[in-house]
Design a protein around this ligand. Sequence first.
Ligand SMILES: Cc1cc2nc3c(=O)[nH]c(=O)nc-3n(C[C@H](O)[C@H](O)[C@H](O)COP(=O)(O)O)c2cc1C
Length: 172
Amino acid sequence: MEALKAINTRRSIRKYQRRKIPSRVVKELIKAGANAPSSFNSQPWVFITTTDKNKMKQISEYKSQRSKFMADAPLLIACCYDETRAKTVHNPENVACAVENILIASNAMGIGTCYIGAFDPEYPEIEKSIIKAFRLPKHVKVVCLITAGYPDEKPKPKKMRKLSEIWKNEVF
Ligand SMILES: Cc1cc2nc3c(=O)[nH]c(=O)nc-3n(C[C@H](O)[C@H](O)[C@H](O)COP(=O)(O)O)c2cc1C
């Protein structure tokens, strides 16, 4: 799939076929993430993949109803950064760049994904459950999770903001 099409047709997919994603495909997705830009080329990211339903269920317990589907995903990726690689305020942004690459690469390869928020100041249990499930050391911080699998739904078109609202030329 050409790049623009992969970007412009990406949608959050929350219902998956049972089919597993082959490990060579998962490797391609992680490589796409690793090719993202990062501050001072620090590449601070660490991706932890799991197909373990128990882990998924444990974490989903602390998420709202909307995100319970994650327990049924064929693959879950914890997207983290290693503080010892780069002590910078940009670490979450670095990981976010890599995450978007993974979402787009997934779409290009026929795989559906959904970005799942990994922390909420009001619900610290979410982050705690991720730290526990993936045995994250103190210097590794989670930014978000990605669920992935072959799609079993086609989301309705979403409402987009007008270009004139989000694009200003020269001045605000
Ligand atoms: C920072 C962030 C947090 C998100 N958290 C969740 C989440 O916890 N659960 C979920 O189902 N979707 C989550 N999403 C996905 C959004 O709901 C989705 O991207 C948005 O509704 C637009 O739809 P689209 O991805 O199909 O374009 C999150 C997306 C972002 C960028």
